[in-house]
Design a protein around this ligand. Structure first.
Ligand SMILES: Cc1ncc(COP(=O)(O)O)c(C=O)c1O
Length: 363
């Protein structure tokens, strides 16, 4: 590709493989890995990331949308794919056609899948989700037994897994333990009725530290992409975002900068204009807060982030900064967690946010 604008998301597939090895070593050989690749593999590129993980024999992929599952099948991925978000009202046929495993949490969807499976003359493998306290998807724990009793009518479905999702594995161990207790009660109820239970899975990245909650599969996303809250983490960030300086100029003391002039130079100032903005996924909330890395030094963003450009202060950079010089926007020196903190968000939103306008370069 002939890339004129230099702003690029670099995806280090070797780091991805290394992070998978770290997670595997941590959970041990008896625990399977479900690799969440939803949201365009957390912004890294769905197909290339899934292909790299597939070559390392992950047990299952997790997508949010049936469409994401279809894209993986179109790319030749044959590994089981769990549609974590379920099938909505329109996905039953596609699930069968593309050999996807739906997450089921309501009887209406179960019925649609049962009808479709019967038409296809097959028994469809499904996973069930019980809501133990996240309040998002899943059969509420209080309705679980009634749900199972009704599910028994659907002869063309086979329960190959049961799961739940933690609301605060990173922040509240007491509540996480309570969710786990509710989950085990739900599994017991399924066992009594001879449903599966198949593979049990509850742990996201934050729950990996609960050794007894790894069960049969872990659904660790953020860890695979190399992001951790722990400073001494063995994980390596997979994403790096760079650009090049577009233009450099000197402004006198007192000059205001960018829309709304939210920053004024307090001294003669050298500013570099960079070709990245909120249309690329560089959040406007980073205005006047974030830093970038140029010539081995941190340089503050001055004024508001624009749609296609930002301005950074290179006055204190000891070597001359010129158009064409490389800039790290996110990477080893400017971690996603730092940008997230400045933007008042979480690192997931930062890495998922880089738009299609920014080419992905895989290495
Ligand atoms: C149902 C489900 N499981 C697992 C994950 C992976 O979580 P994490 O990236 O924190 O490991 C997610 C991500 O949001 C999810 O929605």
């Amino acid at each position: 590709m002939n890339q004129i604008r230099p702003t690029t998301v670099h995806v280090d597939l070797a780091a991805l493989r290394k992070n998978l090895a770290v997670v595997r070593a941590r959970v041990g050989p008896s625990v399977g890995i479900l690799a969440p690749v939803k949201g365009d593999a957390y912004g890294h590129g769905l197909v290339r990331v899934a292909q790299a993980l597939d070559a390392e024999n992950v047990d299952m992929f997790g997508v949010a949308l049936v469409e994401e599952g279809k894209a993986l099948r179109r790319a030749g991925i044959a590994t089981p794919i769990l549609c974590l978000g379920g099938i909505g009202t329109h996905g039953a046929e596609d699930v069968l056609e593309h050999d996807l495993t739906p997450m089921v949490y309501d009887l209406a969807a179960a019925e649609r899948l049962d009808v479709a499976a019967k038409e296809w003359g097959t028994t469809l493998s499904i996973h069930l989700k019980v809501d133990t306290g996240m309040g998002r998807l899943g059969v509420p724990s209080g309705h679980w037994e009634r749900f199972l009793d009704r599910l028994a009518d659907f002869m063309n479905l086979r329960v190959d897994g049961i799961c739940t999702h933690f609301a605060e594995a990173d922040t509240d161990a007491t509540f996480t333990r309570e969710q786990a207790r509710r989950f085990h009660r739900a599994v017991e109820a399924a066992r009594l009725r001879e449903f599966g239970p198949g593979r049990l899975h509850v742990a996201n990245s934050a729950a990996l530290s609960y050794t007894d909650l790894r069960l049969d599969l872990v659904r660790a996303g953020l860890a695979l992409y190399g992001i951790s809250g722990e400073p001494d983490s063995e994980l390596t960030p997979v994403m790096r975002v760079t650009t090049e300086v577009l233009f450099v100029k000197n402004l006198p003391a007192g000059a205001g900068v960018s829309y709304g002039r939210q920053w004024f130079a307090t001294r003669p100032t050298r500013l570099a204009t960079l070709p990245v903005g909120y249309a690329d996924g560089y959040p406007r909330a980073l205005s006047n807060k974030a830093e970038v890395f140029i010539h081995g030094q941190r340089c503050p963003v001055r004024g508001r982030v624009c749609m296609d450009m930002i301005l950074v202060d290179v006055t204190d950079v000891t070597t001359p900064v010129r158009a064409g010089d490389e800039v790290e926007l996110l990477g080893p020196n400017i971690p996603a967690t730092e940008l997230a903190e400045h933007a008042g968000t979480i690192p997931y939103e930062i890495i998922c946010g880089f738009s299609d306008r920014v080419p992905r370069a895989f290495s």
